[in-house]
Design a protein around this ligand. Structure first.
Ligand SMILES: CC(=O)CC(=O)SCCNC(=O)CCNC(=O)[C@H](O)C(C)(C)COP(=O)(O)OP(=O)(O)OC[C@H]1O[C@@H](n2cnc3c(N)ncnc32)[C@H](O)[C@@H]1OP(=O)(O)O
Ligand SMILES: NC(=O)C1=CN([C@@H]2O[C@H](COP(=O)(O)OP(=O)(O)OC[C@H]3O[C@@H](n4cnc5c(N)ncnc54)[C@H](OP(=O)(O)O)[C@@H]3O)[C@@H](O)[C@H]2O)C=CC1
Length: 283
């Protein structure tokens, strides 16, 4: 199964990163979002990242131009009609993802793989919105995509070996390391990471320490590159809350209940770095 043409859905922090690494690896990429301004914002982030690579002598100006030219903005899902794979990175919401996958199933060619970058939602349930569940798979990149080596690849109940292999090969072409996991809420990454972040929020909520102290303990004491509250801001507090809700509902275990402070911040629109304010304030 040969993959040449890619469509990425959602030009946010993950979608733009995925489009960038695909274009860098030589794939032709359509970057789809609902509004022109979101596409342009995503393309702007990619151009900035590539410019930094030029400054650091890791690529030439010509290479940067060639990579950028491989990415075409798209505002219409119909543009999926001639791609080999779609990687969806829209918001972490089952209804929205099922609606996107249902439409893609009608538009994308028969052979096309439909992948989701979901952080936690069951791939099997997303796949059930299509008539090709065997071609639906989880392709979970980590943030920031250009830097992080892992892609967690999630097999849905019906995903075939052929589709798994094609996605694994593509991941290696992107200079990333694939790790295979099964379809359970939060997969491996967020089943382990997100309860730690949620616990850090409880630690703040219960007044055990200041946000700075909590982050410092985990950075200096556990050698984490970012403290858990800083990381939550970086991921997006809305995404953190969605993931905790998926774990809570999926396992039916109260140990996954989202911290009320996380809910409060999300209700206030304090979504972390992307909205300018979360646990910390950003310029
Ligand atoms: C929620 C989910 O479903 C799954 C997830 O993604 S969970 C989140 C997983 N990610 C993490 O845990 C990230 C934890 N943080 C880190 O690893 C580091 O803090 C970091 C890599 C983000 C930054 O590293 P740092 O050493 O503190 O800063 P810095 O020196 O500025 O950056 C290191 C390199 O990363 C690059 N970088 C940093 N942020 C970047 C970004 N947003 N986009 C692109 N490149 C970036 C920098 O350009 C720099 O590259 P060079 O040295 O090659 O120039
Ligand atoms: N943040 C992280 O660290 C990680 C996130 N993920 C997952 O990646 C996905 C995206 O997250 P992230 O990039 O952080 O989120 P962002 O909020 O940065 O970006 C999401 C983008 O998708 C757009 N979008 C929403 N609905 C649609 C739609 N129907 N069609 C096309 N575009 C749409 C949004 O537009 P608008 O702003 O108008 O809503 C926005 O531009 C989520 O599923 C998340 O769980 C996976 C790994 C890590």
């Amino acid at each position: 199964m040969e993959i040449n043409k890619v469509m990425v859905i959602g030009a946010g922090q993950m979608g733009s990163g995925i489009a960038q690494v695909c274009a860098q690896a030589g794939f032709a990429v359509k970057l789809n979002d609902m509004k022109e301004e979101f596409c342009q914002k995503g393309l702007g982030v990619i151009a900035k990242n590539l410019a930094r690579n030029v400054e650091k002598g890791r690529m030439t100006e010509e290479e940067k131009t060639t990579i950028l030219a491989r990415i075409t903005p798209s505002l219409d899902l119909q543009d999926a009609s001639n791609v080999d794979i779609v990687i969806e990175a829209a918001v972490e919401n089952m209804e929205i993802k099922r609606s996107i996958f249902g439409r893609l199933d009608e538009i994308a060619p028969q052979h096309a793989i439909l992948a989701s970058n979901t952080s936690s939602l069951p791939i099997t349930e997303i796949a059930a919105a299509t008539t090709r569940p065997e071609k639906v798979i989880g392709m979970h990149f980590m943030n920031p995509v250009p830097v992080m080596k892992l892609v967690e690849i999630i097999r849905g109940l019906a995903t075939t070996d052929e589709v798994y292999q094609a996605v694994e090969e593509m991941t290696v072409k992107l200079s990333k390391t694939p790790v295979e996991v099964n379809d359970f809420p939060g997969f491996v990454s967020n089943r382990i990471l997100m309860p730690m972040i949620n616990e850090a929020i409880y630690t703040l909520y219960e007044g055990v320490a200041t946000k700075e102290a909590i982050d410092e303990v985990m950075k200096l004491g556990m050698n984490h590159p970012m403290g858990p509250l800083q990381l939550a801001d970086f991921i997006g507090l809305d995404t953190c809350l969605y993931i905790m809700e998926v774990l809570h509902e999926g396992f039916g275990d109260s140990k996954y209940r989202p911290c009320p402070l996380l809910r409060k911040y999300v209700s206030a629109g304090w979504l972390g770095k992307k909205s300018g304010r979360g646990f910390y304030i950003y310029e």
